[in-house]
Design a binder for this molecule. Structure first.
Ligand code: CU
Length: 121
């Protein structure tokens, strides 16, 4: 009877060890680090294929929006109150928003480009 119990405990122990070993193996896989880390407290708008993406971003007062031009031609982000100026291909422009409101902007270089919106809460 005692031997049977010992055998049962051994069997159980073996299973636990096997599971632990398996979990350790899974935990050993290096976590993948995202290649693009968003800037703390802000949003990024990518300009590509003559479009602002995302078309609407929402941030908090004091946070920034960065426009990154991934197109082959210069663009800008211009609202009635401010402008980025020309953003060359591969370049970025960052602006902090210190007041709450909804700001619609366009690209003055390309009137055909759809307007986009920044919501500052
Ligand atoms: Cu443009």
């Amino acid at each position: 009877m005692k031997m049977l119990r010992t055998a049962a405990i051994c069997c159980l122990l073996g299973t636990v060890l096997m599971l632990a070993g398996c979990a350790a193996k899974m935990g050993g896989v290096a976590p993948t680090t995202p290649s693009v880390t968003p800037a703390a407290g802000g949003a990024t708008v990518v300009i590509k294929d003559f479009a602002f993406t995302p078309a609407t971003v929402t941030i908090k007062v004091g946070e920034t929006v960065t426009w990154r031009n991934d197109d082959g031609v210069p663009h800008d982000a211009t609202s009635p109150d401010w402008t980025s100026g020309s953003i060359s291909s591969g370049q970025s422009y960052t602006r902090a928003f210190d007041t709450a409101g909804t700001f619609t902007y366009v690209c003055k270089v390309h009137p055909a480009m759809k307007a986009a919106t920044i919501i500052v809460q």
